[in-house]
Design a binder for this molecule. Structure first.
Ligand code: HEM
Length: 542
């Protein structure tokens, strides 16, 4: 009874007080909600204000972790691998690594100064960072000046090592091309490229065409004209490429394509900013135009006949191989990139070295002139393959130019897995750099290495060393699975350029000059010369 009364009183009280209690609860809840919302807003504002600090702190943490990780590598790997240790050398400064001394050496005429100043002569262990589209790319961890190790790296392409390029570069030259391809695809494309530029193809397809283009180039230069030979060689190499890759020979069409190719080549060495006005953007546009020209040529070829697109690599590629159209375009663009600057700069450096060495110049000229007279080649007539093969001193000049002014100063590789070489261990993912020019200029391998001495290649003891296909001491065209498929073609072009230029002109150097290898191989003042045309000009086309 008592309990039921209590319950009744409680019920009555509850009924009476409910509106008051519920409004109190409501007020309290609204207040709490307001506070919660305020707190939330304050927090959001704080986060908004703090996010740049949070991101930079995170980046700093990641960077420091990477730094500590790198600096601990040595201990870690030594402990794990018993006797194996990292190759000797220094690591440079935090963040910038050895970039500054690398820049100083490469911008000078003597890139090997980089390793000579820093570390022991053989395996070097250095960090190099450079600014590119991927922000900081660490692109040289193990810089090697050891010929045997360099050869080991080149021979193991695709197995222990693979070449590595930034994304911006891959986007420009195309992902289906031989340079950026890896594994089976690279092997397939490499063998197609080697096949396209085999010696018998050079004899029958390239030899005459190169001479026609060369004569056009020489005919466009005048008596007393002041030229930058660097530009002349660049245009010459581009015209040769357009002619040989696309089979274009009409001068106006060659000039139009040459401009596109020139824009494209400039972009390959530029900071990758995809905004109008920047070289990279222009190069991307040029790439699109080149691809559409190639596609038009492919269409013409399909509709008409092989002859419709002339004698170039493209026509032969369509006739002999079965590649998809986008792979054909990338294939051609890759050859263009690989063959253009390299050949142009070797032509330029050969003339530069010869200008500084009158004895070599005279001997080369004697060889070229007597070849014409002995073989009874009259003016306007072109060289045949036997004539080309009868230029031993010219070949020595080309080899010496490649040794002293090698365009590919080093190669870039990445370790696909942990590599043990002799007592050394190279961690997976490291960047390995065979430093070719440091080997070519090594005083233990070459007597007086900094002097231009083409006669060194005539000495019988040097013949094995001279074999640029297999020698560990002389590898201007690389080696192994990525050996330059255009090496023979390049040598032919350079020899014929020297022939036509030297037998048509004398010159006077107008401005002092020197080599630099940054951002790519060049003469800093472009090699300004004034030409004197000889009277016995034989460049008229028959
Ligand atoms: C003097 C002129 C030249 C020099 C010094 C030169 C040097 C080289 C070197 C060192 C490599 C190896 C790169 C590496 O291992 O990462 C290479 C690769 C290559 N070169 Fe040349 N080159 C020259 C001319 C040419 C020409 C005229 C062409 C073709 C038209 C050409 C086409 C190629 C191609 C396609 C590759 C890439 C091969 C691959 O990755 O499988 N090169 N060149």
């Amino acid at each position: 009874m008592f309990t039921s009364n209590i319950n009744a009183i409680y019920a009555a009280f509850s009924l009476l007080t409910f509106p008051t209690t519920s409004s109190l609860v409501a007020i309290l809840l609204t207040e709490r909600e307001r506070e919660r919302r305020l707190r939330k807003k304050k927090m959001t504002d704080n986060i908004r204000r703090a996010w740049p600090y949070i991101i930079s702190s995170l980046l700093l943490i990641v960077f420091l972790a990477k730094l500590i990780h790198n600096h601990n590598n040595k201990k870690k790997y030594c402990a794990r691998r018993g006797n194996s240790k990292l190759p000797p050398g220094r690591r440079g400064w935090p963040i910038v690594g050895d970039s500054i001394s690398w820049y100083n050496a490469v911008a000078s005429s003597h890139p090997p100064a980089f390793v000579e100043q820093q570390v022991e002569r053989y395996h070097s262990y250095v960090f190099i960072y450079t600014l590119s589209s991927e922000i900081f790319v660490q692109y040289g961890e193990f810089v090697s000046v050891d010929p045997a190790f360099n050869r080991f790296v080149m021979q193991n392409e695709g197995k222990l090592f693979q070449s590595s390029y930034p994304k911006s570069f891959r986007d420009l030259v195309g992902k289906n091309g031989v340079i950026t391809a890896q594994g089976d695809q690279q092997r397939k494309l490499h063998s197609i490229a080697s096949n396209m530029m085999r010696v018998d193809k050079l004899k029958f397809h390239f030899l005459q065409d190169i001479q026609i283009v060369m004569k056009q180039i020489i005919n466009n230069l005048h008596h007393n004209q002041v030229v930058l030979l660097q530009d002349v060689c660049r245009k010459a190499a581009i015209k040769l490429m357009v002619n040989q890759l696309l089979g274009i020979s009409s001068e106006s069409e060659v000039n139009g394509m040459a401009q596109l190719f020139s824009d494209f080549a400039d972009g390959c060495l530029s900071v990758p900013i995809k905004l109008p006005g920047f070289a990279y953007h222009k190069a991307m546009k040029a790439r699109d135009s080149i691809i559409s020209t190639i596609n038009t040529k492919i269409e013409i070829h399909r509709q008409k006949s092989s002859l419709a697109i002339g004698n170039g690599v493209l026509g032969r590629l369509l006739d002999e191989e079965s590649l998809p159209d986008d792979a054909v375009a990338d294939f051609i663009i890759n050859l263009l990139f690989a063959g253009n600057e390299t050949t142009a700069k070797t032509m330029l450096f050969a003339v530069y070295f010869l200008t500084r060495c009158p004895r070599a110049m005279k001997q080369l000229l004697d060889e070229q002139q007597s070849l014409r007279s002995e073989r009874g080649i009259i003016d306007g007539e072109m060289f045949n393959w036997q004539d080309y093969k009868a230029m031993p001193f010219t070949q020595c000049v080309i080899d010496e130019t490649l040794r002293l002014g090698g365009i590919a100063i080093w190669l870039m590789r990445e370790a696909k897995e942990e590599v043990v070489y002799q007592d050394y261990l190279i961690p997976k993912g490291s960047f390995v750099v065979p430093f070719l020019s440091a080997v070519h200029l090594n005083e233990n391998l070459y007597e007086d290495p900094l002097s231009f001495n083409p006669w060194r290649w005539m000495i019988p003891e040097n013949q094995e060393k001279r074999n640029w296909r297999s020698s560990p001491y002389f590898a201007p065209f690389g080696g192994g699975g990525r050996f330059c498929p255009g090496a023979e073609l390049a040598r032919l072009q350079i020899a014929l350029f020297l022939h036509y230029f030297l037998t048509t002109f004398r010159w006077r150097q107008v401005k002092e000059d020197h080599m630099s290898f940054f951002p790519s191989a060049r003469l800093v003042n472009g090699f300004q010369i004034q030409l004197t045309k000889l009277s016995n000009d034989h460049t008229n086309i028959n």
